[in-house]
Design a protein. Structure first.
Ligand code: SF4
Length: 352
């Protein structure tokens, strides 16, 4: 996926070309505005790559974008944000109609941090797998009913164990549907590569998965590293070099961070993620999860499940403890504030 601002046509074309050169078969681009959509039209003229577009809450942009891409990705959990009075089926019907008209495939992209709230309510708070699974199965059932067949599904989580479980369960219910695999917000290398490897090894060696994406928090210029990491994992699996076991645990400090994309609101986000990793080394032996996200689109929701969450705005970093907001702090002040909260959590856990 590109991490440039989509409306910066030259930078985005350059990054798509670098990703294709590294071996990407499909390159995803984020489109959040009509300016991005206009830029995409020009970008598509300058590159030969298969382009996929990421429709977050702006699903209505589909008809503007579809002529220029091969695939539309939508997230069932995002279809609830706008036009709430409209049932999701109507929105998906619209997307399927647009996709058909322009010969596009679709991906139903379910993400752990933005699951349909109605699905979450039906299950125990500790069960994050069933709402994701049910959401995907409902959308597949609907697409089948309306006769739309050119679609795949992804079920992503930042915890590789959950990625293995949810994809295994989906594959046993709907083995006919292609699965796109990925560990979302896997974080910085090498940890991000290790988490991804664990999930891919366990799934692909059992024949589950049709396409992959490696998501790493790296500066925009280093995005081809995601492709290189994916290729190495696939090569190792094909050669029987499978290193992980299913029964692993995240019993130590776990830092998850988004891979960054065109929505990043301050480039300092990448450095901040690295600084968080360095600063928190002293807490390595404590089972605490810290999430660092690059924007307001996914940041607020996708930090809810972490012990401490940071989502980065243009000038301030928003700090959360679980779903509770603790305040917004400057990029200079956030590390000290984070350390205070981390120390308090460690104290709570050790005295509990
Ligand atoms: Fe992009 Fe925001 Fe997701 Fe990070 S959290 S990958 S910046 S949409």
């Amino acid at each position: 996926m590109t991490a440039t601002h989509t409306k910066d046509i030259d930078a985005t074309v350059e990054q798509i070309s670098a990703l294709v050169e590294a071996g990407a078969d499909v390159v995803r681009v984020a489109v959040d505005s009509s300016k991005d959509a206009e830029a995409l039209a020009e970008i598509s003229r300058q590159v030969s790559a298969n382009l996929a577009v990421d429709l977050q809450e702006n699903y209505r942009l589909a008809e503007v974008i579809a002529p220029f891409v091969s695939k539309l990705r939508y997230n069932p959990g995002h279809l609830y944000h706008h036009e709430r009075e409209k049932p999701w089926q109507e929105k998906v019907q619209y997307l399927a109609d647009v996709a058909k008209e322009h010969d596009c495939a679709m991906r139903v992209g379910v993400n752990c941090g933005s699951v349909d709230p109605a699905k979450k309510e039906r299950y125990d708070v500790d069960d994050s797998i069933s709402p994701m699974l049910e959401s995907a199965l409902d959308h597949c059932g609907f697409l089948d009913d309306i006769g739309f067949t050119r679609y795949c599904v992804s079920l992503k989580d930042s915890d590789p164990k959950k990625v293995i479980e949810v994809n295994t369960r989906f594959a046993s219910s709907r083995p006919d549907i292609p699965l796109h695999l990925g560990v979302t917000e896997a974080g910085m290398p090498p940890d991000g590569v290790i988490k991804t490897r664990i999930a891919f090894e366990q799934l692909i060696s059992k024949g589950i998965g049709d396409t992959i994406r490696v998501s790493l928090t790296v500066p925009s210029s280093r995005k081809p590293e995601e492709i290189e990491a994916g290729r190495q994992i696939l090569t190792d699996i094909a050669a029987g070099r499978v290193r992980s076991v299913v029964d692993f645990g995240l019993e130590s400090l776990n830092i998850i961070s988004c891979p960054s994309c065109s929505r990043v609101e301050n480039e300092a986000f990448i450095d901040l993620a690295q600084q968080v990793k360095e600063m928190t080394k002293y807490a390595q032996d404590h089972a605490v999860t810290i999430a660092v996200m690059g924007c307001r689109v996914n940041g607020p929701g996708e930090t809810d499940d972490a012990d401490l969450g940071l989502w980065c705005g243009p000038k301030f970093v928003n700090l959360k403890k679980g779903p509770k907001e603790l305040g917004a702090y400057s990029y200079d002040a956030i590390l000290d504030r984070l350390r205070e909260e981390l120390d308090a959590i460690i104290e709570e856990k050790t005295t509990a």
